[in-house]
Design a protein around this ligand. Structure first.
Ligand code: GCW
Length: 670
């Protein structure tokens, strides 16, 4: 990398020609304004890609819409014409001409990136015939970058947005915009949801100029800039004594602030708010609801076209759950469901995929589709907070697919999570999907080179939820690592099962946590940070698991039927979530005919063996991929193996001592 950051999947290094050069020699543009920032950037990208990959310098001309020249014809169409929707495009190769149609500039941009992707994958443009419309209106990355340059849950260096409380805008910022636009991201939140230190609030005048520059740069790539907001800014920044959403002076302060903000930063998309959670202030302090807080802000930003994305990660981390009725898993639903329908049109509730917190296996949050009259956005975590810190390999797309495919039963048809968040279920347009993202200023962006598959994959899936986890790798590997089919097969062999491998050597059957408190890497069976009221997993000498059935916390009943009954009963509860929903004896027999305790032993031994196999597969790539990538991933694999063994030994010995039941296979348990 020679001291320069990687271009990831936009390397534009020399590629096999595959008959593609002819399509890129002459480009005609019809109906689009060539001076529009997005069009200009798209063309610049096309030139760069064509030159780098095929040594072709395209000639660009404004042409008639009926092009008779061979080459690439870019044509603007009316919305819905030929089923092309906003931010969508079609590509059709015929008789030496490749026609790209779109109804807006973003569609054009995505279409160009599609063309470059095909070239980069060494596939033939002559065979392209496709219509692509985005599955989700909003497709966002959320950065948890702090103004001092640190990143909350960041595992790839420091922030490339901030240093010493100042905003950084440089060549890398532009490359970042190009990278994320190339996979269809159209919104980005650039600061942590935990907004601390009033002196560094981005809504303060002192940052306006730079935020505006950033917003303009992103707009040139079809990306809206969003900011995280501190709900109590009226107090912290405004010097008021209240943040009560119904108090006139609070409303007046926000009105003044938003006017100032939107008038200086016209491209701003809106705000993301974490309120009443983990020490963050919120409307509960004033006896108001989450809807009161969200609607107040939403009404104020509405005239500027702004939206308020309000997080549902609202729970009381100090609650006493000894009574077996209080349950953190219940909190999101309990706090938000009552006001379904009360949230204003430009409010979107952003809901984490699970009711707890980004564990390796959790059920789907019952709020998704539980809410039937409220705009919803799904939040997933690409940053590997609980899934290996980008030291351990964990390809998350299979998990995201499961989440999206989950049937909520909120309606007769179109009731999957993918339907709900796309707007299909309710016919709404303020909806979509966001990921807490895994980037930092490491030269490879994501710490582990293989973690870039999640960065890429999340975005591609957000644009097209029908893509499979495997198809995404079939795109990402040839663009990022190698087009050799052997290399592609081997890396797929490593990545595709890696989520289940991680699950095998960490926490079993949906129980979650068992991880070092606060840091969230490495095993600590009793290590839940809020465990002052007893262990999280509720294991004793007889059994393990949290009873969330109607006899326990009642969480299972928050789902629509038939999901509620399915989870409520041990016999029908999917086994990978058994311990999330039920407390069972160690001797409970699973469908595999193994007892729960034997499953714990077996999966932990197996997990370590699987990591060893992954490493052997990686070793066999030596010489066929770039050395620096080979070595850096190899080093991380060494740490992953160590971690996996630690987990295996700690979990197995903990439960062996608790249960007194020996491993049937008599393997060493330390
Ligand atoms: O899981 C927790 C993380 C916090 C994070 C919080 C959230 C940004 O450990 O670091 O804070 O989730 O999602 O708000």
């Amino acid at each position: 990398m020679n001291g320069k950051w990687s271009q990831l999947w936009l390397k534009y290094d020399s590629k096999k020609e595959c008959g593609n050069a002819a399509f890129l020699q002459a480009v005609t543009i019809c109906g689009f304004d060539e001076n529009h920032a997005v069009v200009k950037n798209a063309i610049e990208e096309l030139k760069m890609g064509a030159q780098g990959m095929l040594g072709v310098a395209p000639s660009i001309s404004a042409g008639g819409c009926e092009s008779d020249k061979n080459g690439l014809a870019i044509v603007k169409v009316a919305k819905q014409e030929e089923n092309i929707l906003e931010e969508g495009y079609s590509l059709e190769a015929k008789d030496g001409t490749l026609t790209l149609k779109a109804c807006d500039e973003k569609g054009l941009l995505y279409g160009i990136f599609h063309v470059l992707r095909v070239v980069s994958m060494e596939k033939s443009l002559a065979e392209v015939n496709i219509l692509c419309n985005p599955s989700n209106p909003l497709r966002m990355y959320n950065h948890w970058d702090n103004m001092d340059g640190s990143i909350e849950r960041g595992y790839s260096g420091l922030s490339f947005f901030y240093e010493n409380n100042e905003i950084i805008i440089n060549e890398r910022t532009k490359d970042y915009a190009r990278l994320i636009a190339s996979v269809g991201i159209n919104g980005v939140v650039i600061n942590n949801v935990n907004v601390k230190q009033a002196a560094t609030y981005l809504i303060d005048k002192r940052y306006f100029q730079e935020v505006c520059r950033l917003a303009t740069l992103f707009a040139g790539y079809g990306i809206k800039l969003f900011l995280s907001l501190n709900y109590a800014a009226t107090i912290e920044l405004g010097g008021l004594d209240s943040a009560d959403p119904l108090e006139p002076k609070v409303i007046a302060w926000w009105q003044g602030k938003m006017k100032e903000v939107f008038e200086t930063i016209p491209n701003l998309g809106g705000f993301l708010v974490k309120a009443d959670s983990e020490g963050r202030p919120g409307p509960f302090t004033y006896g108001r609801t989450q809807a009161d807080g969200a609607n107040m802000l939403a009404d104020i930003v509405k005239p500027y076209g702004g939206i308020i994305i309000w997080r549902c990660f609202v729970y009381n981390c100090t609650q006493d759950w000894r009574d077996y009725k209080t349950d953190r898993a219940r909190a999101g639903y309990d706090n938000f469901i009552k006001m379904d329908g009360d949230y204003h049109e430009n409010v979107i509730l952003q809901i984490k995929n699970g009711p707890m917190d980004f564990q390796i296996r959790e059920p789907i949050s019952p709020l998704l589709g539980g809410l039937k009259k409220t705009n919803q956005m799904l939040e997933v975590q690409v940053a590997q907070e609980y899934t290996g810190h980008q030291i351990d390999v964990c390809y998350l797309i299979p998990m995201f697919k499961e989440i999206l495919n989950f049937k909520t039963y909120c309606k007769e048809t179109q009731d999957t999570v993918a339907d709900v968040i796309s707007g299909r279920t309710m016919g709404n347009k303020n909806a979509g999907i966001a990921a807490v993202i895994n980037t930092g200023n490491d030269l490879n962006w994501t710490g582990n080179e293989l973690a870039a598959a999640n960065l890429y994959g999340f975005a591609r899936l957000a644009y097209n939820t029908d893509l499979s986890a495997e198809e995404i790798l079939d795109e990402w590997i040839p663009q990022s690592i190698s087009t050799s089919s052997q290399v592609i097969e081997k890396i797929k062999r490593i990545l595709l099962p890696s989520r289940v491998v991680y699950e095998n050597y960490t926490s079993p059957l949906g129980i979650g946590w068992m991880v070092t408190p606060h840091e969230h890497y490495g095993c600590s069976v009793d290590g839940y940070e809020y465990s002052r009221w007893g262990t999280y997993h509720r294991a004793d000498h007889l059994g393990i698991g949290v009873d969330r059935s109607e006899n326990g916390t009642g969480y299972a009943l928050q789902y629509h039927e038939p999901n509620a009954s399915m989870y409520n009963h041990m016999e029908t509860c999917p086994e990978e979530l058994l311990l999330f929903f039920h407390h069972v004896p160690y001797t409970y027999v699973l469908k595999s005919n193994k007892t729960v305790i034997q499953h714990i032993y077996d999966s932990h031994f197996e997990g370590v063996e699987q990591v060893e196999e992954m490493i052997a597969t990686w070793e066999s790539l030596k010489g066929s991929i770039e050395d620096s990538v080979f070595e850096s991933v190899k080093a991380r694999f060494g740490r992953q193996l160590y971690n996996a063994k630690e987990w295996r030994d700690q979990v197995n010995s903990y439960f062996y001592r608790k249960s007194g039941i020996a491993d049937e296979k008599n393997r060493p348990i330390y």
